[in-house]
Design a protein. Structure first.
Length: 465
């Protein structure tokens, strides 16, 4: 992205090119392109270093759910930093914010979840779940239960083990994952399913696939099934209502642990505080992050049921430590931030606002269903996507040689709009819960202009059927 001449910015860009490794980026291409430096944010708006204003329809990275610039969050962090900037959880030490946060999370999550391990993000929360599930089965005399099942197109972070549960080629290539004990079943991807239009058939196919995979591996060998209520990084795959409950019931019947990854869907993103609430699902474990602190500080959480906790605790040698931990687990500043963010969701009215404005978000996406580039519109709450196709009848995508994903993102940026542009030409949206009706109207105008601008390119028009 080009910036006006600015010696300070030029120096920053040179330092970035020479030293800073960016997540999930083509490294040499990034060096050539250079960084787009963001300078400030307020509400749903960002400003870059050249003064360009952007409506952020992706909440940072699905995380700034309360919007930018809340002074009360800054104050909570500053107060905790002055009082006690760090407290280890080792040696039986604790801090008030971390203890209060654990209790609050147990209070607001499904009733099955009673114990909390606090991490620094979603990937670490998933990794903790994998390690402690392994410990659970070893400590309860079932050491053969070592296989994990997840969904195709699912995302469970990029740790050494979590990246194998993730089922996106980008996160596998060159990393020697999935591991031999990690397996995947098809997603409930209604738009590209043979059962498109029949919700019950889509659900039944998922349940049958889980049963078949467990039968293939042997029920005595399978530890757990991991899933997102809506697959985020896989393209915002929205399953039919009732899918999560059906998969939970199947896991219970199959005697495998049911792990719900609400890193993206938690904290009002789909409407209720957690997506599990919509179907009365009580998982055995849950992973959280992103909206937990609304991105203001790094933090994640892994919650488990009393049954899993007791199995680990009582199955270990008497007095022996459970060897899982990290220096920054239960960090007091992050916990203080999370407590204030949770207060804003509830007492500050942000959760209610997100529910109130969700119809405006739906109207933006539905209003583009007839656009020549749009094949599918899907959403729940304030999480949604447009899937672009070159042929609506056959649902055919676009050739990678068009470089359309980058062109869509760059065009949106020029039009003052930030969204996620996936490599397979799905546009992902996760606006902050503080969005107003007027901001959704602006989002709709800027998004339509972006699609129209891209459609105006001769090579894109030529690709359409």
């Amino acid at each position: 992205m080009q910036h006006p001449a600015n010696p300070h910015l030029d120096q920053l860009l040179a330092q970035d090119r020479g030293h800073l490794i960016h997540p999930v980026a083509p490294w040499r291409k990034h060096e050539q392109r250079g960084a787009t430096v963001l300078e400030s944010g307020q509400g749903a708006w960002l400003r870059d270093a050249s003064g360009h204003e952007l409506l952020d329809a992706f909440a940072g990275l699905w995380c700034v759910n309360v919007g930018y610039g809340h002074e009360s969050i800054v104050a909570a962090a500053a107060e905790q930093m002055r009082k006690l900037p760090y407290a280890t959880g080792y040696f039986h030490f604790g801090s008030e914010p971390a203890i209060r946060l654990a209790a609050k999370l147990v209070d607001i999550t499904p009733a099955s979840l009673t114990r909390v391990y606090l991490t620094l993000g979603g990937s670490e929360a998933v990794d903790a779940a994998i390690r402690l599930i392994t410990q659970y089965y070893n400590n309860t005399g079932r050491p053969a239960k070592k296989h994990f099942i997840a969904l195709q197109r699912g995302y469970h972070g990029s740790s050494s083990m979590g990246s194998g549960l993730t089922a996106l080629p980008l996160f596998h290539r060159g990393f020697d994952v999935p591991l031999p004990n990690q397996h995947h079943i098809p997603s409930p991807y209604a738009y590209r399913s043979a059962d498109a239009g029949d919700d019950q058939a889509v659900i039944a196919a998922s349940v049958a696939a889980l049963r078949a995979k467990v039968a293939e591996l042997g029920a005595g060998n399978v530890a757990a099934f991991f899933c997102e209520p809506i697959e985020g990084s896989g393209g915002v795959i929205v399953p039919p209502k009732g899918w999560l409950k059906a998969m939970r019931d199947a896991a219970r019947q199959l005697d495998i642990l049911f792990v719900v990854d609400e890193v993206i869907t938690g904290f009002g993103r789909t409407g209720p505080m957690f997506a599990c609430e919509a179907e009365g699902v009580e998982p055995d474990l849950m992973t959280l992050a992103k909206g937990l602190t609304a991105g203001y500080a790094p933090m994640g959480a892994m919650l488990m049921s009393e049954q899993v906790y007791a199995g680990i605790a009582d199955g270990a040698p008497a007095g022996a430590a459970i060897g899982h931990g990290a220096t920054y687990s239960a960090h007091p500043v992050s916990a203080a931030v999370a407590l204030e963010v949770l207060r804003l969701y509830e007492e500050g009215g942000i959760l209610a606002n997100g529910q109130q404005v969700a119809p405006h978000f739906a109207a933006v996406l539905d209003g583009l269903a007839d656009h020549p580039l749009v094949g599918d519109v899907r959403y729940r709450g304030l999480l949604g996507a447009l899937e672009l196709v070159s042929d609506k009848a056959t649902k055919r995508g676009f050739d990678a040689s068009l470089g359309l994903a980058d062109r869509l993102f760059d065009t949106g940026y020029r039009n003052g709009l930030v969204f996620r542009s996936f490599g397979d030409h799905i546009l992902g949206f996760a606006p902050a819960l503080c969005f107003t009706a007027d901001e959704f109207a602006q989002m709709g105008q800027r998004l339509k202009k972006t699609l129209d601008d891209v459609l105006a390119a001769p090579d894109v028009r030529a690709a359409l059927k």
